[in-house]
Design a protein around this ligand. Structure first.
Ligand code: SAH
Length: 216
């Protein structure tokens, strides 16, 4: 794999990050991490010219890489601390995964499309990141490594999966878009005790749906 991050890419990235700041992203660490991860590595070369537009793009298997604003907002809502154990549902292109790694999180990420899992594993490794990637169904979480300090779901869930609530650490936080329509509400859940959760909403976003079971 060949990676080429030119001055032009860096310039476009800077401009995108200024736009995100104007749209309300305040966490400087998130913006820095997004500066350090060249988004154009995660898109097919057909979209190279548009990699730093604030838009979602097709990544294969009918899926999309999230819009940069969405990545920034979800990451900001996680309130990451260095060394946090993070479970991500919906690896997709691996872009969000790379941003989490860049912020010093230990990442476990699950993808249900084999085609994307097979494509993203070598890319993320070649870029030097070391998350644990799995092909599987995110509805089940990854109990073997629970509890997780933070969880991020990057597909629209019809409801909050019970397994994720169980695998979240007390004091932990889950950021998940919930809803079955064209848009979902961004929900922040905090786990105050084994069965005690508090909930906040953070506006409407549009995601591809979270589907159950593995794709064949
Ligand atoms: N974070 C990704 C977003 C990809 S879109 C990125 O930045 O590129 C959401 C992804 O969630 C898709 O790849 C889709 O295949 C995956 N997905 C949908 N349902 C899932 C499930 N039940 N378990 C794991 N992944 C799922």
């Amino acid at each position: 794999m060949e990676f080429n991050d030119t001055y032009r890419h860096k310039g476009l990235r800077k401009r995108l990050l200024e736009d995100l700041r104007e749209m309300g992203i305040q966490d400087q660490r998130v913006l820095e991490a997004m500066y350090n991860v060249p988004r154009h590595y995660f898109l097919s070369s057909a979209f190279l010219e548009f990699a730093y537009d604030n838009k979602a793009f097709q990544i294969g298997a009918g899926q999309t890489i999230s819009q940069p604003y969405t990545v920034a907002r979800q990451t900001e809502l996680l309130c990451l601390e260095k060394g946090d154990k993070v479970l991500e549902i919906g690896t997709g292109s691996g872009y969000q995964t790379a941003v989490l790694c860049e912020m010093g999180a230990k990442v476990w990420s699950i993808e249900r499309q084999k085609e994307l899992y097979d494509k993203t594993c070598p890319l993320i490794k070649a870029l030097g990141y070391r998350p644990q990637l799995y092909y599987g169904d995110g509805y089940k979480g990854k109990p073997a490594f629970a509890p997780y300090d933070k969880m991020i779901v990057t597909c629209g869930a019809p409801q909050i999966p019970e397994a994720l609530l169980q695998q979240l650490a007390v004091g932990g936080r889950l950021i998940i878009p919930v809803g079955e329509g064209r848009t979902q509400r961004m929900i922040e859940l905090r786990k105050n005790g084994p069965t005690d959760f508090s909930r906040k909403e953070h506006g409407d976003f549009a995601f591809v749906p979270m589907l159950s079971d593995r794709a064949r």
